[in-house]
Design a binder for this molecule. Structure first.
Ligand code: ZN
Ligand code: ZN
Length: 428
């Protein structure tokens, strides 16, 4: 399971300093082979390309060939097999997890691969047995699938969205049958990423990863509900399930943190602290609903003690949206004595561990985490889109940069590295 990582400026520097960028082979090269073979093609590293009964098609994709080696190139996208769907990707919003993986900070990152997991798409063709979507439907690919099968205790439970149905193969960069639907023009198989791979004009995903949404949705906007924005909303509404009049502290005011702030305001939060080391974020945090802005770098003491001091006993609900384990600790330790809940949203760098004194839990604080905001993807993403279309959940302000064409994925990444970017959307 992977998610966004939205560091504070300081956390980003820290994360970079600590994250080893392992040298990886980008030489998963196979000899050139016939174009339309229906048989899996075996190559040295074991990655196999295989297609369904339809015709493969060629398109442009930004392929991550290795660490910091992203190149736009022609790829062949196989037809979907049984239970799979081929999508024409219309818009892709960059997420920090894509960059984190490209930079080599994800120890399980695979190369070559097609990254991207926050997108809006239209169904181009479907494989055998697919019934929940049809050609022409608008969908949001979801890295957290929902199989809805009777024997899936996770899908059956209202307590979680963590359907494990395709978890194993998704983590290995292949479709559920163990093969990939991507190869370069010269025949080298290319791995999938987070079950989505949306840095490409066409992609193949599992049917259970496709959330069918309203036909009138603007894919260049609702693409953001494929990860960051939906995650922030769900962290507030589902994972924390905060009540009206609560006090809230949000650590890290990127898109995810702002989504938490927006959701808290909609729930009727009484006081919302926006915490960030970049004071340039405070204007927009206030627009989204923050009532107090706190810059830890301007404080004499620890930020947790400062927030407890401002609230007497701490903050009812706190959220880490940074991926920094020290920030996670601070978020827990400023949670309210007796009932405070602290939610971890940010993904920490590999090998990092969280710590606190057990006394913090004994005295009534709860430490929990969330993946994709706890939303069951195929049921709830369409509902979120409906609420956006109804005007209940404004999302335009998250989009600070727009680009055209897969070839501009680089430009979007550069934009996301800049401090003024919330979401950069690339339309294909
Ligand atoms: Zn993401
Ligand atoms: Zn399931």
């Amino acid at each position: 399971m992977k998610m966004m990582r939205v560091p504070l400026a300081g956390a980003l520097a820290l994360g970079r300093a600590l994250a080893l960028a392992p040298a990886r082979s980008s030489s998963l090269r196979a000899p050139a082979r016939a174009f339309a073979s229906r048989m899996p093609e075996v190559e040295d590293a074991g990655l196999k390309w295989s297609t369904g009964t339809g015709a493969p098609l060629e398109c442009r994709a930004a392929v991550a060939f290795g660490v910091d080696d992203l190149r736009t190139t022609d790829v062949v996208v196989a037809a979907p097999k049984a239970g799979e769907v081929r999508l024409r990707v219309v818009a892709n919003a960059l997420c920090h997890t894509d960059i984190y993986t490209l930079e080599g900070s994800d120890p399980e990152g695979l190369f070559p691969s097609i990254l991207g997991h926050e997108a809006g798409a239209i169904v181009e063709s479907v494989g055998e047995g697919v019934t929940s979507v049809k050609v022409g439907d608008k969908v949001i690919p979801c890295y957290t699938p929902q199989c809805r099968e009777a024997d899936c205790i996770f899908c059956a439970s209202p307590k979680t969205n963590l359907c494990p149905k395709i978890r194993g193969t998704q983590g290995r960069g292949v479709m559920p049958d163990g093969t990939t639907r991507f190869k370069t023009a010269d025949g080298a198989p290319v791995a999938h990423f987070m079950g989505c791979s949306t840095f490409a004009e066409y992609t193949v995903v599992s049917e259970i990863s496709c959330a069918k949404i309203d036909d009138s949705a603007d894919l260049a906007k609702v693409c953001m509900l494929g990860c960051g924005v939906a995650t922030g909303w769900g962290a507030a509404w589902k994972t924390a399930n905060m009540e009206a009049d609560a006090s809230v502290a949000v650590f890290g005011c990127g898109a995810v943190g702002l989504a938490v702030i927006q959701a808290a305001k909609i729930r009727g939060a009484r006081r919302i602290f926006a915490v960030d080391t970049n004071p340039d974020k405070f204007d927009i945090a206030t627009e989204f609903g923050a009532t107090d802005c706190v810059n830890p770098l301007e404080l004499d003491g620890p930020v947790a003690a400062h927030l407890v001091g401002l609230t007497q006993w701490g903050v009812d609900y706190t959220f880490d949206c940074t991926g920094n384990t020290e920030v996670m600790r601070a978020a827990l330790e400023c949670a309210h004595r007796g009932w405070g809940v602290s939610v971890v949203i940010g993904v920490a760098a590999a090998g990092h561990e969280i710590a606190t004194r057990p006394f913090q839990l004994v005295t009534g604080r709860t430490w929990k985490g969330t993946a994709f905001g706890g939303f069951k993807s195929r049921d709830e993403v369409p509902e979120l889109v409906d609420r956006v279309l109804a005007g209940d959940l404004p999302i335009d302000a998250y989009i600070t940069h727009n680009f055209d064409g897969v070839d501009n994925t680089h430009a979007a990444i550069d934009a996301l590295h800049g401090g003024d970017c919330l979401r950069a959307v690339v339309s294909y």
